[in-house]
Ligand binder design. Structure first.
Ligand SMILES: NC(=O)c1ccc[n+]([C@@H]2O[C@H](COP(=O)([O-])OP(=O)(O)OC[C@H]3O[C@@H](n4cnc5c(N)ncnc54)[C@H](OP(=O)(O)O)[C@@H]3O)[C@@H](O)[C@H]2O)c1
Length: 272
């Protein structure tokens, strides 16, 4: 799907990766619908981006999701691209996981993307085209102690996305998953509970623009799984995904023979 001229809903557009994606999409000639809860930030961004629409939305509220999609359709007549970026971390050991916290993060990281996919699909199907990108996490490609709650939601999103990809193919709609590593956003200040995994402090975070580039690559290529890297890297989870992630963390280590516990305490790259 070409980005130029596309109408794109971006959730989580009020900061971080979502904001960077909205800027990159606009640079590429797209029209963006900016969705998140903080209306003031969306209004400021919309004022900077030609033709953008600020659409304050709590994506965990299905009625608000339906209003968002109806407003985008009423304003622009179609939706070509959906980027499900809104998300939150939950970085505590399994023993300390509060079920209420896990339910809340599951609502945001899994149920909200589902509601958005369901809301945009009929219009995309009617036009036999569309691209959906769900923002997951590299934490769902390896096994990191302390990230059980968060990684479980992203692993659920991965599987939902892969099955949606098969089911939506007949409608001409691609569904892709993008896997950022540690990224320099407000994410780690906004965790539902817990803190960045022990040992991860030495990681050099990626700029959010790197994740935005991977999201644009997923839209334009229709690749099923894209690891955030420079350049973005298509991967096969269960195939080369671990090797690609490890190679990215340690250049030269193409496919080392490691067990999941070898990654303890790290969930991003240590050097570029
Ligand atoms: N940063 C990282 O290290 C990292 C690594 C891997 C994956 N990711 C993933 O990347 C995505 C973006 O995160 P980020 O790093 O850009 O963090 P961020 O700056 O904290 O952005 C999170 C975004 O989600 C929005 N959001 C949260 N709850 C919402 C709700 N109920 N309804 C609508 N919007 C909501 C926030 O906006 P409002 O508060 O205005 O609603 C904000 O725009 C997430 O899915 C995250 O899991 C991040």
């Amino acid at each position: 799907m070409d980005v130029g001229g596309a109408v794109c809903i971006v959730t989580g557009a009020s900061s971080g990766i979502g904001e960077a994606t909205a800027r990159r999409l606009t640079d590429g000639g797209a029209t963006v619908v900016l969705a998140a809860r903080r209306a003031d930030r969306l209004e400021r961004l919309a004022a900077e981006l030609p033709n953008a629409l600020a659409a304050p939305t709590d994506v965990t509220d299905r009625a608000q999701v339906e209003r968002l999609v109806a407003r985008a359709l009423a304003t622009y007549g179609r939706i070509d691209v959906l980027v499900n970026d809104a998300g939150q971390g939950l970085h505590v050991p399994v023993l300390d996981l509060d079920p209420g916290d896990l339910r809340a993060v599951f609502e945001l990281n899994v149920i909200a993307p589902l509601a958005l996919m369901q809301a945009v699909l009929p219009g995309m199907r009617a036009r036999s085209q569309g691209a959906i990108v769900n923002v997951s996490s590299a934490t769902s490609l390896r096994v990191f102690p302390g990230l059980g709650g968060y990684s479980a939601t992203k692993a659920a999103l991965n599987m939902l996305s892969q099955i949606a990809r098969l089911e939506f193919a007949e409608a001409g709609v691609s569904v892709s998953v993008v896997y950022p590593s540690v990224t320099a956003t407000a994410f780690h200040q906004n965790l539902r509970a817990g803190a960045l995994a022990r040992g991860a402090w030495g990681i050099i975070p990626d700029p959010p623009e790197l994740a935005a580039d991977a999201i644009i690559f997923a839209i334009t290529s229709g690749e099923a799984h894209v690891l955030v890297a420079d350049p973005p890297r298509p991967i096969v989870p269960g195939g080369d995904a671990w090797g690609a992630l490890l190679a990215r963390q340690s250049p030269g280590a193409a496919h080392p023979d490691v067990t999941p516990s070898a990654g303890r305490g790290e969930h991003g790259r240590t050097s570029r």
